[in-house]
Ligand binder design. Structure first.
Ligand code: IPE
Ligand code: IPE
Ligand code: MG
Length: 229
């Protein structure tokens, strides 16, 4: 049972606006990524306390490889650092961490940090924290369909859903995008068919519990019809 009536079971956040946040302060874009990473645990704790059970954060898309190498390295080190400190900070025997995305091209040290974190938290059941890294919704669907074909399984809405990175998770009820843009940028495109969307101009490094709370309040007033009347 969720603590608050009409609390979304699964919230997904497109953590956007790090680069512009830094630029507006006359700093290099990388500073925005470092600041953005510092904001994650506060938001995870708030989601946990609000009765949300699943939180998925978009950290690096399959398209983000087009960025300068220095920026990519900064993002990956911030993530590695996050995973290496995870057990001692947020986890607390409650939060299971999963990484969604294609792992093949990730740096070895980041992969090790991810695997350690996933193993250490695999028995925790109160809350799922999912971080999307080298994630692309189209790539995810193509891989899922290919894997089903390779084992001769029938292609259905359900079999595809069960072959996605999110197989064990409910569909997102609410997708929040910070940073002012109003698009999904290839995030959870199969799973978000009936998600409620919420856009805010606040940049990710500035996104607070109050901002999150506004999104949850807005969600409560949505009338989800799923095609019915
Ligand atoms: C989001 O912030 C983080 C990633 C995409 C990795 P951006 O880096 O996209 O920041 P803006 O949108 O350029 O401000
Ligand atoms: C989406 O943001 C990806 C992440 C937040 C990780 P982008 O900044 O890459 O998206 P576009 O380029 O504005 O669509
Ligand atoms: Mg962006």
């Amino acid at each position: 049972m969720n603590k608050i009536y009409n609390t979304p079971l699964h919230v997904a956040i497109i953590m956007d606006g790090n680069g512009r946040w830094a630029k507006n302060k006359g700093k290099p874009r990388c500073v925005g990524h470092v600041e953005g990473a510092k904001n994650v645990n506060k938001i995870v704790s708030f989601a946990f306390d609000s009765g949300v059970k699943n939180l998925t954060l978009y950290a690096f898309s399959t398209e983000n490889w087009q960025r300068p190498q220095e920026e990519i390295s900064t993002i990956f080190s911030a993530l590695e650092n996050y995973f290496n400190n995870f057990a001692s900070s947020t986890a607390n025997g409650k939060i299971r961490l999963r990484v969604l995305g294609e792992r093949n091209n990730l740096p070895k040290t980041l992969l090790t940090a991810i695997e350690n974190c996933e193993n250490q938290t695999k028995d925790f059941t109160q809350f799922n924290l999912n971080i999307a890294i080298n994630y692309g919704g189209r790539q995810e669907i193509v891989s899922a369909v290919k894997s089903l074909i390779s084992v001769g399984e029938e292609i259905t809405e359900e079999s595809i859903a069960n072959a996605l990175y999110t197989a064990e998770l409910p569909n997102p009820d609410l997708i929040i995008r910070t940073g002012g843009e109003k698009r999904l940028s290839n995030f959870l495109i199969y799973q978000s068919a009936y998600a409620e969307l919420y856009f805010t101009d606040v940049s990710w490094p500035d996104f607070t519990e109050e901002d999150f709370s506004l999104a949850l309040k807005d969600y409560k007033n949505r009338n989800r019809r799923y095609g019915g009347v």
